[in-house]
Design a protein around this ligand. Structure first.
Ligand code: LMR
Length: 396
């Protein structure tokens, strides 16, 4: 049965960690996989999470399965984070939220649910997008179509081209949007552009499908949710796939959620039953550990404010590193203008280097980044930034 199976190459993003670990160069830098790293280069467990974990250990008295949709408090907090406490869609009960195994699990569960009810539906995906969006969504049965998003020549969002392409999306189609901190380019829609896409969705009838994996790491928890909140208010239908990997550092605990906003509360209830039934077909019930931690932190005022402070520090550090990288590259006298990096948001930006230059950074300088020249900005620190700048200058 398995004799004909051939080995696959390593994942283009996750495979970088293994290559980095094997490298013996003491100057090596890991700018690959998108996890937040602190100044010491580690992906820390947040203090609020540690405290919640200790408490949970004391109070948890059962490991029985949890409710199929996830803990009630977790669902409430997810809605409040994504949509804001007083959002009309929450007030009107026009939503169904289901805990899912991480951001990827939530994307896949939503895609499976949609493909189950409308097989082969078309989803428009930005070019570029997180490379794993393509296999993850297409293997659910959805049909993918790209829309232009980032202009590599000008390092800016090509909004006109995006809107022109999205005019081709109509009723029954989905449009994948990055809620904030676009992965891989870091170039986000501004508020006016969110409004314009919302107007187009309203006029043409397509359903936005928002991947909200980095809320809080761009401009702030509320600011980063502007688009999702606007769309949930103005549009009859919306899908939000959220993740707690990055903003709570719960990567390996796999905590995410699917929120489907519908035109009325009866439909929302029906949708909820279908989404949990789909999850039952795939993995049965969701993992509980991380969801309980989120619930515990957001239930407790002190822990919430500690988490908020830690998240703010993370965001400020990333934005500070963006500015520092740009100014050090300028000081080093590189001819290429990298100032776009300080206008972009979240963990990622493209350096805008050629395949050959990227491969030289990896092979000659032990600087690990994705082949597209995407870097994880949080992998930069005071101990490695000068070596990084010097290496970029040399490959240029
Ligand atoms: C990334 O883009 O690096 C992260 O989302 C991690 C992953 O799973 O690819």
């Amino acid at each position: 049965m398995f004799d004909q199976i051939e080995a696959r190459p390593a994942d283009p993003i996750l495979g970088l960690s293994a290559a980095y670990k094997k490298d013996t160069n003491s100057n090596k830098i890991d700018l690959g996989v998108g996890v937040y790293k602190d100044e010491s280069g580690t992906c820390p467990v947040m203090k609020a999470v540690k405290t919640a974990e200790r408490r949970k250990c004391d109070v948890e008295d059962s490991k029985a399965y949890i409710a199929q949709a996830g803990p009630e408090g977790f669902i409430r907090h997810t809605l409040n984070l994504n949509l804001g406490n007083a959002h009309p869609a929450i007030r009107d009960g026009r939503y169904s939220t289901v805990l899912a195994p991480g951001g990827s699990g939530s994307l896949r569960l939503a895609a499976e649910f949609i493909n189950g009810s409308a097989p082969g539906s078309k989803i428009f995906v930005s070019s570029p997008s997180w490379p794993n969006h393509v296999p993850l969504l297409s293997s659910s049965g959805l049909t993918l179509e790209e829309y232009p998003y980032y202009d590599h020549a000008t390092h800016t969002l090509d909004f006109d081209a995006m809107m022109e392409a999205l005019k081709g999306a109509g009723k029954g189609d989905l449009v994948l949007l990055h809620g904030c901190c676009h992965n891989p380019c870091g170039a986000d829609l501004n508020n006016d552009q969110w409004q314009a896409v919302t107007d187009l969705a309203l006029a043409n009838g397509f359903t936005p499908f928002i991947d909200m994996a980095y809320q809080g790491l761009g401009d702030g928890l509320d600011e980063d949710a502007f688009g999702a909140r606007l769309m949930a208010e103005k549009l009859p239908e919306l899908v939000i796939c959220s993740s707690y990997s990055k903003n709570f550092g719960l990567y390996r605990d796999r905590v995410g959620a699917v929120t489907i906003v519908t035109s009325n509360s009866e439909t929302a209830q029906a949708v909820g039953t279908q989404v949990v039934a789909k999850a039952r077909e795939i993995y049965s019930v969701p993992p509980a550990h991380g969801a309980f931690l989120v619930e515990m932190i957001l239930d407790d005022e002190e822990l919430t404010s500690q988490w908020n402070e830690e998240l703010t520090q993370m965001r400020d550090r990333i934005n500070g590193l963006r500015r520092e990288l740009v100014s050090k590259l300028q000081e080093r006298g590189v001819s290429k203008d990298f100032s776009f990096i300080q206008n972009e948001k979240g963990l990622f930006s493209f350096l805008g280097l050629s395949k050959e230059q990227v491969s030289s950074l990896v092979n000659d300088y032990s600087i690990y980044l994705v082949g597209s020249s995407r870097i994880n900005v949080a992998g930069i620190n005071q101990a490695n930034i000068d070596y990084l700048v010097e290496s970029i200058a040399k490959v240029l």
